[in-house]
Design a binder for this molecule. Structure first.
Ligand SMILES: *[C@@H]1O[C@H](CO)[C@@H](O)[C@H](O)[C@H]1NC(C)=O
Ligand SMILES: *[C@@H]1O[C@H](CO)[C@@H](O)[C@H](O)[C@H]1NC(C)=O
Ligand SMILES: *[C@@H]1O[C@H](CO)[C@@H](O)[C@H](O)[C@H]1NC(C)=O
Length: 372
């Protein structure tokens, strides 16, 4: 009797539990919302940081090859849950091959070893036990499953890997709550693994991206060129219905390049204001809306450059019908350059709430009325 009223008293105060790390208990937040715990991985829109490790800030002299103003840890704190990176082979001065994250070439921008980046993600996952994170590695120099596995082991992140039940896109995925309860919270896609079946023997958690995911075209320098149509894998190119029927998850690329001399393309920062916006022609929100109409469901992943601008997270929240995210840090939505002063902006993280609580109902209302 006494115990019962005690339980009821607590049940009446669900807010008290929101920050707790208790597993699958009532009121627990999964990926920043209690509403997401019971939804399958395939029924959630995850915001993705394209080339997550390539930073355009003081630490890289505001490299024009950078795709993000804030590092992976800040991205995760702010609600990004898909991290992509390009994997390249390098040789150290001692002649040892290492696996580094580099933008197109390691002369252009070298963000260090894959294992160090994975260790950064592991540290974050250690501190955030109710979050499911997805990593997408673009395998530029044909690393073998063993090569990648060695990096995972060295980073210690293997304790969190999620292992698929099948070699191709399943009809159903576990819920976030299930993945969190099993502590299998890291989904790993590789584009591509040479021999997916053989890779399973070595590292059964590495998924050949295009067996599980399809993407629209990523290489755009004009907002008029954004399209929802499948571009990869090639056998699904231009065939939305076939892509849908294949059960693959849809990754929506939404970023622009700017052409430089010598055919070099760099991330376009000049148009970011509308590229990452929630509304307007060429915006992330408009593209997500168009693609939702085409496929009958929102994209699984929204992959953007400079995720803080927009802010892009608002479109992901609108897709998920989430209007009160918890445990998320708010990052400045400004475009940064040398004149922005110290990148310490990323350290002035504060608990989210008021801004999103204000912006989202508006965004969601506009979104669902389809007037944009
Ligand atoms: C999740 O599923 C519901 C019910 O089918 C659907 O209305 C919603 O759009 C889906 N959301 C996402 C983000 O997939
Ligand atoms: C690294 O060295 C190996 C062996 O000498 C060579 O085959 C490979 O091409 C080199 N890789 C790079 C990226 O320089
Ligand atoms: C990421 O950026 C934040 C803010 O600038 C900084 O405090 C932190 O040390 C950085 N983390 C890593 C792993 O570089």
């Amino acid at each position: 009797m006494l115990f019962n009223s005690f339980v009821k008293a607590f049940a009446a105060l669900p807010l008290l539990w929101q920050g707790a790390a208790a597993q699958t208990s009532a009121g627990q937040a999964c990926n920043n919302s209690p509403d997401l715990c019971d939804r399958p991985y395939s029924n959630i829109t995850f915001l993705g940081a394209h080339d997550s490790a390539f930073i355009r800030d003081e630490s890289t002299g505001f490299s024009t090859s950078g795709n993000q103003f804030y590092n992976t840890t800040v991205q995760l704190n702010a609600g990004v849950r898909l991290l992509s990176a390009q994997l390249h082979a390098t040789n150290s001065s001692q002649g040892n091959q290492q696996w580094h994250l580099c933008h197109s070439s390691c002369q252009l921008l070298d963000a260090g070893q894959l294992r160090e980046w994975l260790a950064e993600i592991k540290d974050w996952m250690d501190a955030n036990p109710n979050d499911v994170v997805t990593v997408l590695l673009v395998n530029a120099d044909a690393a073998s499953a063993q090569d990648i596995h060695d990096e995972y082991v060295a980073s210690g992140i293997t304790q969190y890997v999620y292992q698929p039940q099948t070699l191709e896109a399943p009809q159903s995925w576990p819920t976030l709550g299930d993945m969190i309860a099993a502590d299998a919270r890291l989904v790993s896609f590789v584009a591509t693994l040479d021999d997916a079946a053989a890779a399973q023997q070595v590292a059964p958690y590495l998924m050949n991206e295009f067996d599980f995911v399809f993407e629209n075209d990523f290489d755009n320098d004009d907002p008029a060129d954004f399209s929802c149509d499948p571009a990869r894998p090639s056998q699904l190119a231009g065939q939305p219905q076939a892509a849908l029927d294949s059960d693959r998850l849809f990754l929506m690329n939404h970023f622009l390049y700017e052409s430089q001399a010598f055919g070099i393309e760099i991330p376009d920062v000049d148009n970011l204001g509308f590229t990452n916006a929630v509304v307007g022609d060429g915006s992330l929100g408009q593209a997500a809306f168009d693609c939702t109409r085409l496929y009958g469901a929102p994209p699984s992943f929204l992959l953007v450059d400079f995720f803080n601008v927009g802010p892009a997270i608002n479109t992901a929240d609108a897709m998920n019908s989430i209007n009160n995210p918890v445990g998320r840090a708010v990052v400045s939505s400004e475009v940064l350059d040398e004149d922005s002063g110290s990148t310490g902006a990323g350290t002035s993280l504060r608990a989210s709430g008021s801004t999103l609580a204000f912006v989202l109902p508006v965004a969601v209302a506009v979104f669902w009325h389809g007037s944009w």
